[in-house]
Design a protein around this ligand. Structure first.
Ligand code: SF4
Length: 378
């Protein structure tokens, strides 16, 4: 069984105002303990898994802010991965990078360690909107980050953007899209801002200090994104993701195709052989368990066949190509069209789903309303 490897790096320079990911303030001591524990976790799985379960097709360092790690860390971690697992030829190795935590030497270090894809969190080319989000970098730093990445030899770049930011106009968003395309990244991800409960930004909106972006504006921005990026040669292959030819993100495709992955680091999630498990979210708890050579796992559930089928549907529908119905049948021995007949008929009547050439997919009308569709399959 081949798997993807996700490595969570739980440090950020400063918490962004919209973020509810697990991340902790950066400190030399915490980073040292984290790195030692992470290598321990890699070794633990390396000695426990059967050879056929250690074939890695993609590695993704996410966070947090992976590029806050000291130079040399990626080499240590990737060397440990190479000693314990088998990387397939051309294995995609992505690192998420924050323009406020990136420099030429660090990028050269990433290349030397074997990182071949960089995902830069630009979010916006307008400083006032970056300020609303509480990002630590300016638009100019984002431009420089892309230039530095090219100089370091990265030929596979993703740029992440957010639309629907309070105070953002359609004009602002179009300007950001234009500038993004001018930089010619191989991949672009554009997400509508989620106001996550409890985050400072959501609280400011609740208190009426900031106005949330109206839903109609956000839908217009989303439709503009699809029209603009596809007109500029990017294929729209997932709700929020656009790729140049042959540049789809192999790692994220694993998730959308509901294939196995192993998550390492605090708070990382895994899905292996129908079992979903999550690591301890605290740095201390994670490191303590590994110091005793125990798995740092906090909770574990075996998915039922119904769970797996449901996840295969709502994850697969994220792809614009949709759910491959024959593949579903080969995997589960049952037809999605029979199991979800009622849901498929109802959503098709509303014009949100369509079936063609053996695939069930969201329609153009269904794409911005994807969450309503997914709920029917949960
Ligand atoms: S850099 Fe990313 S992970 Fe860190 S606080 Fe900001 S959004 Fe969250």
């Amino acid at each position: 069984m081949s798997i993807g490897l996700y490595i969570h790096v739980p440090f950020c320079i400063k918490k962004c105002l919209y973020c509810d990911f697990i991340s902790y303030p950066l400190s030399g001591r915490a980073v040292k303990s984290y790195l030692a524990s992470l290598v321990g976790e890699i070794n633990l799985y390396g000695s426990a898994l059967a050879d056929e379960d250690k074939i890695i097709t993609s590695i993704f360092f996410g966070g947090g802010t992976p590029t806050t790690l000291p130079a040399g860390s990626f080499k240590i971690v990737l060397d440990a991965v190479r000693s314990s697992f088998v990387l397939t030829a051309g294995c995609e190795v992505t690192v998420e990078a924050n323009p406020g935590a990136i420099d030429g030497a660090g990028l050269a270090g990433l290349r030397q360690a074997g990182v071949n894809r960089l995902s830069i969190g630009v979010q916006s080319f307008h400083d006032r909107l970056l300020h609303v989000l509480g990002r630590v970098h300016s638009a100019e730093q984002a431009v420089q980050a892309v230039q530095l990445a090219r100089k370091a030899g990265f030929d596979n770049l993703n740029l992440d953007f957010i639309f629907g930011i309070p105070g953002q106009t359609n004009h602002d968003w179009r300007e950001t899209l234009h500038q993004a395309v001018e930089m010619a990244p191989e991949h672009i991800a554009a997400y509508g801002l989620q106001l996550e409960e409890g985050t400072p930004l959501a609280q400011a909106v609740e208190r009426g200090e900031i106005c949330a972006c109206p839903e109609e504006t956000e839908i217009t921005m989303y439709r503009d994104t699809i029209a603009f990026l596809t007109a500029h040669g990017y294929s729209h292959y997932e709700i929020s993701n656009f790729a140049g030819p042959g540049r789809q993100c192999a790692h994220n495709l694993l998730y959308w195709l509901n294939r196995p992955y192993l998550g390492l680091g605090p708070a990382a999630h895994s899905l292996i052989k129908g079992v979903r498990f999550a690591n301890d979210i605290s740095l201390a708890g994670y490191s303590a368990k590994l110091s005793r050579e125990e798995y740092p796992v906090e909770n574990k559930i075996r998915l039922s066949a119904a769970d797996e089928m449901s996840e295969t549907m709502f994850l697969g529908l994220r792809l614009t190509g949709g759910v491959d119905l024959d593949r579903f049948y080969r995997r589960f021995g049952r037809r999605a069209e029979d199991i979800y007949r009622h849901e498929i008929e109802g959503l098709s009547k509303k014009g949100l789903l369509e079936m063609s050439a053996g695939h069930l997919r969201l329609t153009a009308k269904g794409l911005p309303l994807a969450n309503i569709v997914f709920r029917e399959f949960v």
